[in-house]
Design a protein around this ligand. Sequence first.
Ligand SMILES: Nc1ncnc2c1ncn2[C@@H]1O[C@H](COP(=O)(O)OP(=O)(O)OP(=O)(O)O)[C@@H](O)[C@H]1O
Length: 652
Amino acid sequence: MRPTHPPRRAANDEPQHPQAPLYHAWLASRLAKGVPLTPGAQRPVSRAHVELAVAIARRSCRSVLALLCQLHPWRLTAMVAMDLFRGVFPAFRGYSQALIINELQTVISSGNFLCERLFRLIATELLRVALESCFDSFATANEDIIQSSARFVMEYRQMEQRVRMDGPTLADPNIRDLFHESDLFVRSFNGTANFGLFSPLDLLRILTLVSETASHILILWTMTSNRTHLSLLTFSIISYILPLLISWWNKNTEYVDDYQDVKTARATAKQNKMRGMAQSDAYRAEVILFGLGPWILDNWAKARKTTLGLDRRRPFADDHPLGSLLSNINTTGILIALQNIPVVLAMQSSSTTLGSFTLYRSSVESIVFSARQLVQLLRMAYQGVFLMGAFCAAMEVEPRLQPSKEALVPYPRSGKGMSLELRNVSYTYPGSREPALKNVSFSLAAGETLAIVGLNGSGKSTLAHVLLRLLEFDAAGSLRVNGADVRSLAPAELHARCTAVFQGFARLDASVRENTRLDAAGAGPHHPDAFAPACPRNPPHGLSGGEWQRIAVSRAFMRAQRPEVELILLDEPTASLDAHAQNRVFETVDAVSRTADGQRAKTVVFITHRLATARRADKIAMMHHGTVVEFGTHEELLARGGSYASLYNASI
Ligand SMILES: Nc1ncnc2c1ncn2[C@@H]1O[C@H](COP(=O)(O)OP(=O)(O)OP(=O)(O)O)[C@@H](O)[C@H]1O
């Protein structure tokens, strides 16, 4: 089920999704009475939702079942056969036990205590129990293997798709919710009806229940030889079902829609945020220092009360005297007592033995129990369909920055670095009113060094993300990389030509070697790993901010040495470094960006607040309010006497 590429989308337009009907059917299912449901919330059983469930099931069932069937076709076939067979066991059990009871009754009433037949029946029953448990353990082992492989494959698909996604795709809240529900679907493969999640493998439970019910009906059919028996059977079934219907009715009258409204959804999000702040070590120092504890607790408590419904007035039984009276009468108990009437009546009939009566009763009980379970499983299956739809729709989502096959061009390698040409590049963060970048235009030749400077919030990091093709800028703008339109390059191919240090660099929870992806064989002449702090493999007390930054810089430099890398982008790479380390960073940048004979081979872009380091660059871009207000060499900008000159003069 490889997805087709989505039609090209103008930036900031409504997202386009391949096989849009499935995605849109899933999206439509997330509305209940016009209110958006939180991810994972139960869909109501309305006509519109049932129609959507059918549409989703038709589009997604086949691909999921095909995926499962590929795993272990023989094991899966055996699992279906064994589950069908398992359903017949309870009827067998009842029959065998009835024979024993009958024999016992005969022995006692005849006074003939030669129990040879009784012992034979008991031995057969023991053999049956042993065979049943052998069969059960074999079936369970087989199921476990299928269950685990299915879970692995589903999780793998999910992870594979997650890591493919780019920022603009995941910035869409609907896509995030889609992945959330897809995650729930994957988790449903944990075992039978795991935590209320229903996987397609749980459909086999329905098969077992159906075969169980059928075998019990068969037994009852053979036992129901005359009209007295038929009316007994009808009476028994009604007396079993009635209490269930009454308890179901009682539950349903106090049933409040279990889907959450917008208020609850917001409260859930807030509650999770507050819990995260209370639990995270990252916030600990600020929470203590600024005394944020009571504020966190207060916000959490308000949100939690909303999600628990404690902030709503609940109707009490005494608001409705009749309701209170009805709830005080234990109708269920009375009706259960009625179930004994058939016992008395059956015992009056000369054709009824104690054994056949026991079998009769246990079969009726099992049928009612199976019917209950069937209803519950069908309800779960109904919810499971929407999660399965989310999984299939999530598998079809294409990263938004990925060009269509027709538009795709290979990366035009220059060998001298990456030339960049921006024309009217603008970008607004989702949910923001003000653009973070406004009509940014400048050109940088291959191999040149550019310093981006400007006040806080002027758009420097946003521009860096645009240059690295991590954000999609507005359709009106253009960015050409070595002459090619960046929108026609595969982001993965472009990223392979870049290395970067980000302002909020990743502090990977791994060894220093893994953090820098250090490979001794790949270490080049400049030994950029020298920036990585010398620390034990598993530092017991963590690292300082500067040490972490040295790791991030090392990571970027390790990659910078690869011949295919043509752009080195550093967002405040020395903010936490001491003066010596700062100088070494810039010396290394200069070294790794040149060939052995000193020719420039890589373009370098760095963002800095230290204007003394900016002057090392060939060109400087001065940013203000999201746009490049001055562009040129250090000397040119100083001579102009504008914003850069005033910032520079203020810094020295
Ligand atoms: N994820 C985001 N969502 C919404 N707005 C954002 C986001 N990131 C940045 N912004 C806004 O975009 C503008 C530019 O931010 P950016 O980080 O690019 O500035 P900067 O020049 O790098 O700042 P600094 O020097 O402080 O690092 C700011 O107004 C900021 O509030």
